[in-house]
Design a protein. Structure first.
Length: 123
């Protein structure tokens, strides 16, 4: 599910401001600001106060802010306050989620508008 490139934000570390990283980010500390990365694991000790954008997210800590991701898993100790925009969302028993869930649905090929086949006569 995750790539080998990883950044760790250790417990006891507090970051204020926007965080942007390539690859996997594991958060055990506190982020006061937005986070944008490829994949994200939020541990039980972690707190994020800001918007999160990542392809894959596993939450087992505290998040206050909107989440945008393809795949989101809220583990049993997750405490999320904010809207989640996702393709897939898994909420385990014990997780707390307060907000709206908005699923991104890909349109099927049959839903795309078809080009008109009407021929016009040009004079």
């Amino acid at each position: 599910m995750f790539k080998n490139d990883e950044t760790v934000i250790a417990q006891g570390l507090r970051i204020e401001g926007k965080v942007v990283a390539e690859g996997l980010v594991k958060v055990h500390g506190i982020i006061e600001g937005d986070l944008h990365c490829t994949s994200l694991i939020i541990s039980e000790t972690a707190q994020i106060n800001g918007a999160i954008i990542a392809d894959k997210i596993v939450v087992n800590g505290t998040v206050a802010g909107p989440i945008r991701s393809q795949d989101v898993v809220l583990k049993s100790h997750a405490d999320v306050t904010g809207d989640i925009h996702h393709k897939s969302l898994i909420i385990e028993k014990g997780a707390h989620f307060e907000g709206r869930s908005k699923q991104k649905i890909k349109k099927a090929a049959t839903d795309t508008p078809k080009k008109s086949t009407t021929k016009k006569k040009v004079e």
